[in-house]
Design a protein. Structure first.
Length: 666
């Protein structure tokens, strides 16, 4: 009987087969397949669930100490060149497989409730299965070229899902923005992959590292060229994992359905970039300068995301900028040469961020019945409040997520974030200070979200406030009275069950990474885990952990006084006193405006100028050539008389002309 690792190729194939089958059905028998909602949901959920069972079997083998397994075949060959494809299973891949399938299954269960009344329910489930398949195939890819193939498929699926409601202008624009920004990063990634193959003759992760090291030692590749290639490859993760300045697509991706927001932010699209940097750790460890760049970019990203989240009033966008910030922490860990810490935070973050996004979807689902299906109203926290009384399960799980992401022990976020901050303190003390400050801001804005949404009086029934918010967003005021019910209520079990299940790992999974006995590190790198345990001492751990908890507690305390007890009016204390800073943060550091002016309008202006050159110069030359041909033809036709005497006269005139020319030359 084959081991789970030997049949791991089935993990991405099963959901792919389900997606292809349903997709072909939609193309061939659209009306019939669209009516088969439950059978399609059961089929696709079963296919992803079966992949999950296999993934956990693979993880169990790795936990028992099984060696990494790789199966390759020749995909293309020419002379001495052989391109191998296949799949690879190792501890890092096993962890990611289990994580992605778990989140994907729970998101699909949740989607059954959230998308129940959507006319494109079947299409949504098909996209979800295809998205999951692409990410799973990326994880088990054994080399950079195969990763790039599925990297692009993940990007394509995210485009389809972000723009799922393509008839909405906002969703269409968000999908285009995500596509364009990711193409920028992917172009750099492709150049880097091709450059590394030119330098090393390999696409294999370890082969690239050893090959590039040998090429530099032989003088075949200069140090600056090798550094440039590594940075080009890093452009791909910068875009996929929303690192500054290529982060701008991720908050706008909230225009897609909330379940896909949870999947993108927790375990698929944005996780792909962090995963690739972890895979390339043997390469990046050779270049301290590149690691410093990664650490600085990650720190800027985590600080930027947190500062913008401070002013957001849209519930989903507040969570989106929170994700940007947490991804920055993960990249900071990678830049500090601590991929295990970064991957541990990816795992813990996946559970509580999926829970937070699905919780926001539960809230929005309830708010739509009160204020209508206008996102400008249903997602605005200024119209929420008091939802804990009518939505207790959503409120409790959301609060657990807030405590976890704030880094309060013993919940999951404390252990993973504290490990990153500890690594940063040892490597880059200045970046540690920024990360510590960001931890305080994270605690503040997350509890700000919680109090505005779940505590205090409910504000959704205020028609005047609805009209003011619609006017501010540029929407028609008539939509303010589009609600159906006067009270909110808890979501159905397909939406609340995933929240409860995600709350368990959000509380407990961090205990697998305690620094004195990290089972997570022991799985990914037993040697490093042993070194961590040997180096651990309480006098070093307690001050750093205490500082982290203290600053998080400070952020929570300020949020309590400002939004729960209403003892502090931040609008007066901060916003009115520092209007420029408030405007800077509210306008997202003006990065969207800069992109709009430089790239969107700039590219349109350039396109218009190119069009004018085409119309006036290129078309002008072509038209002039045509006119000259037409004119000469019109003139020469009079010489075609059909009379031999006239032709003889022309020949005689030509001879006389030649005699005169040659005579003058002589």
């Amino acid at each position: 009987m084959p081991s789970a690792a030997e049949v791991a190729w089935l993990i991405p194939v099963l959901p792919l087969a389900g997606a292809v089958l349903v997709g072909l059905g939609l193309i061939s028998f659209n009306r019939t397949v669209n009516r088969l909602r439950k059978p399609v949901a059961v089929l696709l959920l079963s296919s992803v669930g079966a992949s999950g069972v296999l993934s956990f079997a693979v993880l169990a083998e790795q936990l028992r100490g099984a060696a990494p397994y790789e199966a390759l075949f020749n995909w293309a060959s020419a002379g001495d060149f052989n391109l191998e494809m296949g799949f690879r299973v190792d501890p890092l891949g096993a962890v990611m497989l289990a994580l992605v399938t778990t989140i994907a299954v729970l998101v699909m269960v949740y989607s059954h409730g959230y998308m129940a009344h959507d006319k494109s329910y079947v299409r949504f489930f098909t996209y979800l299965a295809l998205f999951s398949s692409s990410m799973l195939a990326l994880i088990i890819s054994p080399n950079l070229l195969e990763i790039y193939v599925f990297w692009e498929l993940v990007g394509m699926c995210s485009y389809l899902l972000v723009g799922f409601w393509y008839d909405r202008e906002g969703a269409a624009h968000a999908a285009q923005k995500a596509f364009v920004v990711n193409r920028v990063g992917d172009f750099g990634l492709l150049l880097g992959i091709l450059g590394l193959f030119w330098a090393t003759g390999s696409f294999d992760f370890e082969g690239i590292a050893t090959g590039l090291s040998a090429a530099m030692a032989d003088g075949r590749v200069s140090g600056w060229a090798a550094t440039a290639l590594c940075l080009l490859v890093f452009m791909g993760p910068m875009a996929k994992s929303a690192q500054f300045p290529l982060h701008v697509w991720l908050p706008d991706a909230m225009e897609g359905p909330t379940p896909i927001s949870a999947l993108i932010h927790a375990a698929t699209m944005v996780a792909a970039g962090v995963f690739l940097v972890a895979r390339l750790e043997p390469l990046y460890s050779l270049f301290p300068d590149v690691q410093t760049v990664i650490a600085v970019v990650g720190t800027i990203t985590c600080f930027l995301g947190a500062t913008i989240a401070l002013t957001q009033m849209d519930l989903k966008k507040g969570l989106a900028y929170s994700t940007v910030s947490q991804l920055g922490y993960m990249m900071l860990a990678m830049g500090c040469g601590a991929p295990i810490a970064g991957m541990f935070h990816l795992v813990t973050h996946a559970f509580f961020k999926a829970m937070l996004f699905l919780g926001s979807g539960s809230v929005i689902h309830a708010m739509e019945e009160v204020v209508g299906h206008e996102p400008a109203l249903a997602q605005d926290m200024r119209l929420m409040g008091g939802l804990r009384r009518t939505m207790p399960i959503t409120a409790i799980t959301f609060l657990i997520g807030c405590v976890a992401i704030s880094g309060i022990p013993p919940l999951a976020g404390f252990w993973s974030k504290d490990e990153i901050l500890g690594q940063a303190f040892n490597s880059y003390p200045l970046l540690w200070a920024v990360g510590l400050l960001t931890a305080g801001m994270t605690a503040f804005y997350m509890f700000r979200l919680y109090f505005l949404t779940f505590e205090g009086p409910f504000r959704g029934g205020d028609l005047q406030l609805r009209q003011e918010l619609l006017l501010a967003s540029g929407k028609p005021v008539g939509a303010a009275a589009a609600g159906h019910h006067s009270a909110t209520h808890e979501s159905a079990w397909p939406m609340t069950l995933p929240l409860v299940l995600l709350a368990v790992p959000s509380i407990l999974i961090g205990l697998l990474g305690t620094p004195w006995h990290s089972r997570f590190a022991a799985l990914l790198d037993p040697k490093e885990a042993a070194e961590m345990a040997a180096k651990f001492n309480w006098p070093e751990f307690l001050p750093l952990a205490g500082a982290s908890v203290a600053i998080s507690a400070t952020g929570i305390t300020i949020a309590v006084f400002a939004y729960a007890l209403h003892k502090i009016d931040l609008a007066t204390v901060v916003a009115a006193r520092f209007p420029r800073i408030n405007a800077f943060l509210a306008n997202k550091w003006y990065l969207d405006a800069i992109n709009e002016k430089l790239f969107v309008r700039g590219s349109r202006k350039l396109a218009k100028q190119v069009l004018e050159v085409d119309a006036k110069v290129v078309d002008g030359v072509v038209n002039l050539t045509g006119l000259l041909t037409l004119g000469s033809g019109e003139g020469l036709k009079y010489f075609e008389t059909g009379r031999a005497q006239f032709y003889a006269l022309i020949v005689f005139g030509g001879v006389i002309g030649l005699v005169v020319i040659f005579g003058s030359l002589g």
